[in-house]
Write a protein that binds this ligand. Structure first.
Ligand code: SF4
Ligand code: SF4
Length: 118
């Protein structure tokens, strides 16, 4: 069961997850595509070994096992898979760039509220 990065990552992108992933299967897309925002990361579902290391590392609480993804973020399961079908490997990097590190509890709560997820 691969793990999934949800929209809670969008515009946050702390990148702690990529630092702990033992198989480097968490990627940033380097090309413009309106369907796949650059300001979040994606987990390659075929490369993920289901170790669960990324989930507690994410301060924004953006990562879920695919079977546990909240309904409001269901589309992100497809998004994480599709991006690797549509784009070739050279469009991605594991040298990810953070946007917002070390969020406060208030920032984490506000980000969830923004997506209607409490
Ligand atoms: S740690 Fe969480 S917020 Fe940061 S890049 Fe990974 S999934 Fe996104
Ligand atoms: S579950 Fe493990 S292998 Fe899969 S993305 Fe997270 S850290 Fe990487």
């Amino acid at each position: 069961m691969p793990w999934v990065i949800t929209k809670l990552c969008l515009d946050c992108k702390d990148t702690e997850c990529a630092e702990v992933c033992p198989v480097d299967c968490i990627y940033e897309i380097q090309v413009e595509d309106e369907n796949f925002p650059k300001n979040m990361l994606y987990i390659h579902p075929a490369e993920c070994i289901d170790c669960a290391a990324c989930e507690p590392a994410c301060p924004w609480q953006a990562i879920f096992e695919d079977s546990q993804v909240p309904a409001i973020f269901n589309a992100d399961i497809e998004l994480n898979a599709k991006v690797f079908e549509v784009h070739p490997p050279e469009d991605f990097t594991t040298e990810v760039t953070p946007i917002s590190k070390n969020p406060t509890p208030e920032q984490i709560a506000a980000n969830k509220a923004k997506w209607g997820y409490a």
